[in-house]
Design a protein around this ligand. Structure first.
Ligand SMILES: Nc1nc2c(ncn2[C@@H]2O[C@H](COP(=O)(O)OP(=O)(O)OP(=O)(O)O)[C@@H](O)[C@H]2O)c(=O)[nH]1
Length: 615
């Protein structure tokens, strides 16, 4: 292989890979894409200027869709690969790599069908290119991009905006500094009105990367010629103008062979009185060689910057791969190990929340320090130990025989019924701490970077943790309620012994119409005695409830949150483990894309290295 072939071949391969990866120089890219760094040749021209004809005669084959209106509605990236003489000619589409087309009429049909697949049968246009490779001994290595013909009016069924849409799409290709513009203008039309030249002048005012092509020389009015244009007097470009004679419509109808047409074109120039002095620099074959040579020199000049773009991209992709994490191992042992690692990472963060280092654990103390005391304070003892209620409870407890010295039964009933009120705050504390723990689990899962890739494991971990917390909550409730029950099962005798003996009987003589067996003061005193006993119990519970809650819930969460989960995981089979490590599909997709791109860039780098050394 000569250097030229390998250089263009290299760019061809990179271009194809770019398309596979969806990189076709979109207008939105903030960073320069690899596609944009690669030199390419775009064919631009007004409708019927002869674009398709030029492309076909460069290829030496009929294969482009024909018809009226806007036929080319998607860019066609045409990569020509020269093969050894005698080898069969064939074409291949990137979107259908398994199929080799040797019938070029079918190539034409597939271009049409593939255009419709993207744009629908509407006459809309799409910037997503179709990739076609042609392998033939009759071509030179070259990549050409056929773009929709510039037009001035929309036809039936097309929105008016199509005129502008086409121009914008074509512009988005030709404005790239690496794009070589093949500007096609018909000779039978004033060059000053050429759509192709108008656009080329706009994006390449110095004419450095524009190749002017003049078609339909044979259709000029008798007695006129195109020498002013071809010799660069009408519109100056850095590269020489190339005149072309394509097949006429009549030739096409008569199926005149392309190879015959090429010969006729050669003869036309050789025998033309006006152009014979230019004949070695005219015609589609010459144009193909000129472009190929130019493309090669441009590629050679661009190689250092392409290499540096590739190296930069490799660095970026590698760091993205690091961020996305390694792909998961396939054997059960390694998977189990990974799962346990991930659990440990989560557990560590959860503990940091409880023990400090990360916020949230303090909210548990908040429950003990604020919520519990406030709830205890709010208990309705005032109402429960009102004079009225005390009198009622005591009297009912006494029954037909009022108490003689102190209402033992009544006291017990009052105390027991009061103690019942403590169940509320006890349960509420357990619940409050439960919710704090649950929230911390949720937060910790979110904060475990390593878990991000594994939504299934995240969900399972959360479910297992919540289940464990639920068990701890039940235990917490049982234990705190037991503390309350213990208070009612045995009263502190000392407290009552220390009370002054209440011996008052027979009512208050000062009260004139006392219908009660005991004075109000008597009941008041009982109420206040019970109230201070309850106050004492309240103080105790304020201290013991937190102990029970921490013992049953917080301590257990720290010690054994995932114990049950570990046991379950340990029993799982390889397939179930793999399910747990099911990654977020979007992420998997991204890693795959990333890996594919990385592979592309690396092989591009290798190829560039080998081409550079081959020289
Ligand atoms: N006689 C003659 N006819 C030509 C020449 N070039 C193109 N034609 C004819 O002009 C018509 C249009 O040519 P195409 O190659 O289809 O032009 P195009 O720019 O691809 O047209 P659209 O795809 O419709 O925009 C066809 O009938 C060709 O046969 C030429 O050099 N000489």
């Amino acid at each position: 292989m000569t250097t030229m072939e390998s250089l263009i071949g290299l760019v061809n391969r990179i271009q194809r890979a770019c398309t596979v990866l969806g990189d076709h120089g979109g207008a939105d890219g903030a960073l320069p894409t690899l596609w944009e760094a690669l030199p390419s040749v775009a064919v631009v021209g007004g409708q019927s200027s002869g674009k398709s004809s030029v492309l076909e005669s460069i290829v030496g084959r009929d294969f482009l869709p024909r018809g009226s209106g806007i036929v080319t509605r998607r860019p066609l990236v045409l990569q020509l690969h020269k093969t050894e003489d005698g080898e069969p000619e064939y074409a291949e589409f990137l979107h259908m790599q398994k199929r080799r087309f040797s019938d070029f009429a079918l190539v034409r049909k597939e271009i049409q069908d593939e255009t419709d697949r993207m744009t629908g049968r509407s006459k809309m246009i799409s910037p997503v290119p179709i990739h076609l490779s042609i392998y033939s001994p009759n071509v030179v290595n070259l990549t050409l991009i056929d773009l929709p013909g510039l037009t001035k009016v929309a036809i039936e069924g097309q929105p008016d905006s199509i005129v502008e849409d086409i121009e914008n799409m074509v512009r988005s290709y030709v404005e790239k500094p690496n794009c070589i513009i093949l500007a096609i203008s018909p000779a039978n039309q004033d060059i000053a009105t050429s759509d192709a030249i108008k656009l080329a002048r706009e994006v390449d005012p110095t004419g450095e990367r524009t190749f002017g092509v003049l078609t339909k020389l044979d259709l000029m009015d008798k007695g006129t010629n195109a020498l002013d244009v071809l010799e660069g007097r009408s519109y100056k470009l850095q590269h020489p103008w190339v005149g072309i004679v394509n097949r006429s419509q009549a030739d096409i109808n008569k199926n005149v062979d392309m190879i015959v047409a090429r010969r006729r074109e050669r003869e036309y120039f050789a025998n033309s009185p006006e152009y014979s002095h230019l004949s070695s620099k005219m015609g589609s074959e010459y144009l193909a060689k000129l472009l190929s040579r130019h493309l090669e020199s441009v590629i050679r000049a661009r190689i250092p910057s392409i290499t540096s773009l590739i190296n930069k991209s490799i660095d970026e992709l590698e760091s993205e791969m690091d961020y996305l994490g390694r792909p998961i191992a396939l054997d059960a042992g390694a998977q189990l190990y990974t799962i346990l690692e991930l659990c440990r990472a989560f557990d560590k963060i959860f503990k940091e929340h409880l023990e400090g280092g990360r916020p949230g654990g303090d909210r548990i103390y908040g429950v003990f320090d604020n919520q519990l005391p406030a709830a205890l304070k709010k208990l309705p003892f005032d109402r429960h130990l009102s004079l009225q209620n005390v009198r009622k409870v005591i009297s009912e407890a006494d029954g037909y025989q009022p108490h003689l010295i102190a209402p033992e039964q009544g006291y017990r009933r009052l105390i027991e019924s009061s103690l019942n009120y403590f169940r509320g705050p006890a349960e509420a504390s357990v619940d409050a701490v439960h919710y704090v723990l649950k929230e911390l689990v949720r937060k910790s899962i979110g904060e475990t970077q390593e878990l991000k890739r594994f939504p299934t494991l995240q969900a399972e971990l959360a479910a297992a943790s919540y289940e464990a917390l639920e068990r701890f909550r039940e235990d917490g409730k049982k234990t705190t309620l037991r503390l309350v029950d213990m208070e009612s099962s045995y009263l502190t005798v000392e407290f009552f012994r220390r009370l002054p003996q209440d011996v008052e009987k027979g009512g208050n003589p000062a009260a004139p119409n006392n219908v009660d067996r005991y004075s109000e003061g008597h009941f008041r005193r009982i109420g206040s005695n019970v109230s201070s006993y309850i106050g004492m119990v309240s103080e105790t519970l304020k201290n013991t409830i937190p102990k029970a809650v921490v013992y049953c819930q917080v301590r257990e969460a720290k010690r054994s949150l995932l114990n049950h989960f570990y046991m379950l995981v340990g029993r799982k089979e390889a397939k179930q483990l793999a399910l747990l490590l099911d990654e977020d599909p979007a992420l998997m997709e991204r890693r795959q894309q990333c890996a594919k791109r990385l592979e592309l860039y690396k092989s591009a780098r290798d190829e560039i290295d080998s081409v550079a050394w081959a020289k």
